[in-house]
Structure formats: C-alpha cells, structure tokens
Ligand binder design. Structure first.
Ligand code: FAD
Length: 472
C-alpha cells in the first residue's frame, strides 16, 4: 500500500531532521525515514551527530576534563579532594543519558510539528518515489512531490587496518570503550582523532596519534595549529606527524601497528586502535537500479545552488553533499532546502561557517587563515592578543592561547579570526556575527565588552589590529 506525502526526507541527522521540521512548519505533509539503531538495537533519531558524534564526544570530553581538573587543578584553587577516582561505567551511563534525552527530544519535536517518522531504510526509486523498508524487512512505497536526501556520512575504513569492532574501532566504537585502554593508538590527528585522544588521555591512556601528513591540522591557521600541537604534546599526547601506517593486526589482547616515518620503519603495540582518517558520503543502497543521481569525483552527491540533484524533484543536504562536514552546516542546509521548496529565497553564507575543535584548550576559527589571505593577494593587518592578559582567564586558571584577528589593510574588513584558548567555541560566534555583517576590526574595537570576560580578549585583538591594545 503506498502513502502520499509532500516531502519525504531520507535521514534524520542534523540536516534531515531540521529539513523535516522546517518543511512541516511551512505546511508540507512531511515524512522522515531513518535507519539508525542504538547499541541496544532501538531506532534512534539524530544521526551521527547525536548518536555517535558531536554529542557523545562532548559529553565524554566534559566528564574527562572534570576528572583531569579534579586531579591536577583543584589543589591550585585550594579545593582539597582526598581521592579522585574514576567510575567509567557511570561516565558512560551519563553520556548515554545525554544522548537519549536529545534523540528522544527529536522524536517529540517531530510529533509537535507533525512530521511522520519511520524507522527503517529509504531508497530513491524514481523522481517522487521512495521505497521504505522497515527493520523487519517489510516494504512500502511513499510518493512525494519532493524527496530530500540527508543520508550523511560514515567513517572511512582502511584495508590495512580493518575494523573488528573490538581492538580496531571507528570513532563510534571509541566512544563506547568499557575500560580505559592502557596504550591507545589513533590513526589520524584531525579534529576527531585529537578530541578522542584527549578524552582517553585525560582518563589515563597513553595515547599515540599517527598522522600521515607532515603538518598538524592543515585546515587550521598555522599559528593556532602550532600552539595546539605544542599544548597537546605538553599534555602527553604523542602526536607523530608524517607517520604512514602500513599494517595493523589485531589479536585477542592487542593490536600491532607498523608505520613508516621518513626513512624509518617502526612497529608499535597498542591495547586498542582507533581509525579516524575521515568520513565519506553515505550513499550505499540509497538508489534503486536506474535511479542514479550524479556524484562528484569523491562520491558526494552533486547539487546545484538550490540543493537539486540531477534527478528532478530530488534534493540533497548535509554531509552527503560534502564539505564542511559539520552539523551546523547541515542544519542550515536543512532549513534552506525546506524554505526553497516553499517558494522562499533563503541564503547560506558559506564563507562564515565556524569550525571548532573541542579540546582543552579549544580551537575555533571563522573565515580565511593567514595563508589563505596571503594567497588571495590581500594586504592585511593582524591583531593577536594572548589570554594571559585577560583577568577572567587568569581567574579560571586557563590563560593559555590567544585570539588572532586578520583584517584587510585598506578597508579594515575582518577576513578571518583564529582562536585557541578557554571557551573559544563560544567566543567565535561573536566574530561569525561580525563577519556576516562585514564588520571592520574598528567596529569590534568600539564595542563595549563586559568585564571581566573572555570576550575582552577578542576586543583587545581588534584594538591590536590598529596597534592600540590597552592590556597587552
Ligand atoms: P548524519 O548525522 O550522518 O545522519 C544521517 C542519517 O541518515 C543517519 O541516521 C543514517 O543512519 C541515516 N541514513 C543513511 N542512509 C539512510 C537510508 N538509506 N535510509 C534511512 N536512513 C538513512 N560536527 C559538528 O558540527 N560539531 C562537532 O562537535 C562534531 N563532532 C563530531 C564528532 C565525531 C566523533 C564525529 C564522527 C562527527 C562529528 N561531527 C561534528 C560531524 C557531524 O556529526 C556531522 O557533520 C553531522 O552528523 C552530519 O549530519 P547529516 O544529517 O548530514 O548526517
């Protein structure tokens, strides 16, 4: 028996669930199909982000940071704790609780907005036709004027280090460990590798990150990448750059890993190995025979400015259409595509999408790096001010890092902002707003910032662009 909808969304990650809610808000009869099953095989909305990405990783980052601070920083504050112990099962339970509150929240939002939710797989059969298969294998056909694909991404697997979901795991497996590995290896020192490395290092693992590229975090501005590398190494993360893993073999108790670095060949053994070498678009079984849409050379679904694929009436948003593969980019695309379907003319400014690495210190940026500004041929000025000059950072006991603002030398328009330090994930948002409104560094310099706040360092960096910081 077929069912009729205005819109069928495939995938309920940040891009899909937001698209579905917005479409329903705009009066469209909307269904959303998602196949995610939690570790207890129960359907769970929210996709990678809520179930196996942003949210569980941040819950564990927060808990492990508290554990670390209780051990190493409380005494400095005059807080005496006799014995700090770790209850990993309780930490994991709390994380799962945070995840289930949020995934359950999406189910409630669907209900409140009138989105019909289906647990199982969706497959595009043709323009306007989706085959739905539930988790018991029962099939149905959904007809819809518009189909939105938001099937997300999945971890890249390496032939030389195949996942066994025990000793060799992906990022999801790395969030589910039930004991702290004594020696933990991570292939890949991108943001996922560094965040997961930080969690387990704070809980007591000896962590080694093997990164094939010679530079640390090539996507980040060189100054914050350099400061991050220095700081993470000081915390005990053994970050090996230019280290190409050639083989990894798991046995019952350990994983042996071989890698080359320059002319050297190395062999190391870990209790567990995380493979965090990137994510690829999730398109398997998404299209029935004869319903192919065009993909780009990396396998992402090709879309035009209105998120239309090559198949009429079929749209795509989120990780499955490519970079930046971030939840907030996907959510914004979800809203935008629904509004386009409703005949509105929304717009996303891809030049001002913030990026954040949730380590301690955090790293965050928006706009162009200094290297990109240089390559674009702009004349520019820089204001860079350390958190060491900030009263609030001192009170927090977290005065490492800095804010760097890059502004056009002629117009003074802010071209990029790069931060490393306490809570920069929150501070960067001020500069996202500023750049959206094409603010100059002088605009920020003339705005009153509360005292004592970390935001004063942003203010000082803006003053420093013109060579007139007060506190540095
Ligand atoms: P997804 O979240 O991947 O959701 C896609 C959904 O579609 C899934 O539920 C999938 O099961 C379902 N699906 C796929 N195919 C079908 C089908 N045929 N039928 C039915 N359902 C289907 N991003 C940030 O912005 N901030 C962070 O802090 C952050 N941290 C991360 C940490 C980790 C460890 C990882 C792995 C990722 C992190 N990300 C973070 C990235 C973020 O999770 C993704 O960018 C985001 O989830 C993409 O959203 P999406 O909706 O496009 O896809």
């Amino acid at each position: 028996m077929s069912k009729e909808f205005d819109v069928v969304v495939i995938g309920a990650g940040p891009a899909g669930y937001v698209a579905a809610i917005r479409a329903a808000q705009l009066g469209m009869n909307t269904a959303c199909i998602d196949k995610w099953l939690d570790p207890n095989d129960k359907p769970s909305l929210g996709g990678t982000c809520l179930n196996a990405g942003c949210i569980p990783s941040k819950a564990l980052l927060e808990s492990s940071e508290l554990f670390h601070r209780a051990q190493h920083e409380f005494a400095d504050h005059g807080v005496q704790v006799d014995k700090v112990g770790l209850d990993l099962a309780a930490m994991q339970k709390r994380k799962s609780g945070v995840v289930s509150q949020l995934t359950g929240g999406i189910a409630s939002l669907f209900k409140a907005n009138g989105v019909t939710s289906f647990a199982g797989s969706g497959q595009v059969v043709d323009s306007g036709e989706v085959r739905y298969t539930d988790h018991e294998g029962k099939e149905d056909t959904f007809n819809a004027e518009h189909v939105i694909i938001a099937s997300g991404s999945e971890p890249v697997a390496l032939d030389i280090a195949p996942f066994d979901n025990d000793r060799i795991v992906d990022s999801w497996g790395a969030l589910e460990f039930d004991e702290v590995p004594k020696k933990l290896g991570i292939i890949g020192a991108g943001y996922i590798g560094v965040e997961l490395g930080s969690v387990w290092s704070r809980l007591g693992s000896e962590v080694t990150l093997l990164e094939a590229v010679d530079e640390f975090m090539p996507v980040a501005d060189r100054d914050i990448a350099k400061e991050g590398l220095r700081s993470f190494r000081k915390q005990g993360l053994d970050i090996q750059l230019g280290a190409r893993v050639t083989a990894a073999k798991a046995n019952k108790k350990s994983v042996s890993v071989e890698y080359t670095q320059g002319d050297d060949s190395q062999k190391v053994s870990f209790d567990r190995l995380i493979v965090a070498v990137g994510r690829r678009p999730h398109t398997s079984n998404l299209f029935a025979k004869g319903a192919q849409v065009e993909l780009d050379d990396k396998g992402y679904i090709d879309v035009n400015d209105n998120f239309r694929t090559s198949l009429p009436g079929v749209y795509a948003v989120g990780d499955v259409i490519g970079n930046p593969m971030l939840a907030h980019k996907g959510m914004e695309e979800g809203v935008t595509v629904a509004e386009i379907l409703a005949g509105q003319k929304p717009h996303i400014n891809y030049d001002v999408i913030p990026a954040v690495v949730y380590t301690a210190p955090e790293m965050a940026w928006v706009g162009k790096s200094e290297a990109q500004v240089k390559a674009a041929g702009n004349d520019y000025r820089i204001g860079q001010v350390p958190f060491a000059a900030n009263g609030r950072a001192k009170a927090l006991g977290q005065q490492g890092g800095f804010v760097k603002i890059i502004a056009d030398a002629d117009s003074d328009e802010i071209l990029g902002v790069h931060m490393i330090g306490p809570y920069v994930s929150e501070l960067v948002q001020e500069m996202v707003v500023a750049m959206e409104y094409r603010a100059s560094s002088e605009d920020i310099a003339r705005i009153v910032h509360g005292h004592p706040t970390l935001g004063e360092t942003v203010h000082e960096a803006a003053l420093a662009v013109d060579g007139r910081p007060i506190h540095f």
